[in-house]
Design a protein around this ligand. Structure first.
Ligand code: MN
Length: 355
């Protein structure tokens, strides 16, 4: 698996005329080496792959990355890197310009002054998931689904958004999640108008819409789901808004297929919300890729003209947010295929009234 990934990376290096790349982004470091430590970098050349890390991680790196030569560095990581680079007689080396800080870039440039540094983006190599990755994503999704099915049994007027978030996170941890995929969103009542309203001390009141957006992390892979439920009986306005978002979400899922552009799919869902008169209240993209990062390529957005391919995993998450009133979002993760897509998230999407 690592060998296959390295082969794809070397192909990309060849197209960019790079003799080597320095990998610093944690997701990419893990993807190309299996190493999960919090500190370290990879140097990958045509013939070599070396993992530089410090004292804390030597044993772990040796176990997790048997394909790699492990080099221990002290305080001067880039000096060690430079020693290896000199032996490579490299001319051009790629670095991850979208991740490295300005300070780090300058340190790197000083230590590697004998080569030309070129910006390169390696994320595209992660967009199509292999079977092992799909299986991990599937498990991360299942953990969140089970936690959701539990949490609806404890939600009642009088508890706070934070208590709901804690219960979701606790259940996910018990089911094997390493940590929350991101800060759990629980936005109830008027707070539902905040698309990313992190759980607060607000108390759930009768009649509140409650939007919960959360996910698990399983062996590095994230899940991401959103459901909106109502604490009590829904009003006709709540039914109206919910039904529009649900119709947009179902149409979005139906539109997903290999060969379609992110823009085309976004447009299908967006049109339903716009035709219903709420276009200006759906101000974010329809979806995003999910994997070792919670937000990654490809985007289902108004500006993505590139085509989806089989094996990509994306979220489909339209919403309507009405200031002062509240909001609704529904989100599933799907795997793109030639015929369309497979929906991973299994939780009920019809409006749940907690009475
Ligand atoms: Mn999402």
């Amino acid at each position: 698996m690592i060998q296959q990934r390295l082969a794809s990376l070397r192909k990309l290096m060849a197209t960019h005329s790079l003799d080597a790349v320095v990998v610093t982004k944690p997701e990419n470091r893990r993807y190309f080496s299996g190493f999960t430590g919090s500190s370290g970098l990879l140097l990958i050349g045509e013939q070599i792959q070396t993992l530089f890390t410090d004292f804390r991680y030597i044993e772990q790196a040796t176990k997790q990355s048997p394909e790699y030569q492990i080099v221990r560095h002290g305080t001067a990581m880039f000096d060690k890197l430079a020693d290896t680079v000199k032996k490579l007689e490299a001319v051009r080396i790629g670095f991850e310009s979208d991740f490295i800080t300005w300070d780090t870039y300058h340190k790197l440039a000083t230590c590697l002054s004998m080569v030309e540094l070129r910006p390169v983006n390696l994320d595209a190599l992660r967009v199509i998931k292999d079977q092992a990755e799909l299986s991990l994503l599937h498990q991360a999704v299942e953990i969140a689904d089970v936690a959701f099915n539990h949490v609806v049994t404890i939600i009642r007027p009088g508890i706070t958004e934070l208590e709901i978030a804690l219960e979701l996170e606790y259940q996910m941890r018990k089911l094997g999640s390493e940590k929350p995929a991101f800060d759990t969103i629980v936005a109830s009542g008027y707070r539902g108008a905040l698309p990313h309203g992190q759980a607060s001390a607000k108390i759930i009141e009768v009649g509140d819409f409650i939007t919960m957006d959360f996910g698990a992390v399983y062996q590095g892979y994230h899940s991401d789901m959103t459901r909106t439920v109502v604490a009590g009986k829904a009003t006709s306005k709540q039914h109206e808004i919910y039904n529009i978002v649900q119709a947009a979400q179902l149409a979005g899922i139906k539109a997903v297929a290999a060969g379609k552009t992110g823009k085309e799919i976004d447009q299908v869902a967006r049109k339903i919300i716009a035709d219903a008169g709420y276009g200006e209240y759906f101000g974010h993209a329809l979806g995003h890729g999910v994997g070792l990062a919670i937000h990654e390529e490809p985007r289902l957005s108004t500006i993505n003209d590139s085509e989806l391919a089989s094996g990509m995993v994306v979220s489909v998450e339209p919403g309507i947010y009405l200031p002062e009133w509240g909001g609704v979002r529904i989100e599933d993760l799907v795997v793109v295929s030639a015929a369309g897509c497979t929906v991973l998230t299994t939780s009920n999407k019809n409006l749940i009234e907690l009475t």
